[in-house]
Design a protein around this ligand. Sequence first.
Ligand code: FES
Length: 166
Amino acid sequence: MIKKTLKINGVERILILDKDETLAQVLRNHLLLTGCKIGCGEGHCGACNVIMNGKVTRSCIYKMSRVPDNAEITTIEGVGTISDMHPIQVAWMAYGCAQCGFCSPGFIISAKVLLDNNPSPTRKEVRDWFNKQRNLCRCTGYKPLIDATMAAAAVMRGEMTKEDLV
Ligand code: FES
């Protein structure tokens, strides 16, 4: 067993864990943060993405023994709330980015890290970023996801409001 102190969605958590558990198992099974999904479980699809210390992280393959103490982790639950959704979440709805919705949390996490670091990406940069992150969607195709990310970026830059999206 190992002890980890983590800041998850802004809340400090002190956890006693099996070191072989993955971050996704801990988030989903112990903390009931089920927004990160287990798709492939092998690090290929990005459904399990969370942000750890500012980086997109595949939680399904990230063993707790490797998670740095005092790591700051953001799951999809920490990106926005039902009453105050993040612009990316609003754009995801407005552009019809979800059919089954299974990939949405992972894509939104990837999009957030991109826009936090590059507030004015080109469409090519958004497409290249999702390709680099290897997020997979098997329902919608990728164009709505790029459209939504571009629109969310405009909201985050203050050029339009979330209400303009819907
Ligand atoms: Fe983690 Fe697919 S579930 S990458």
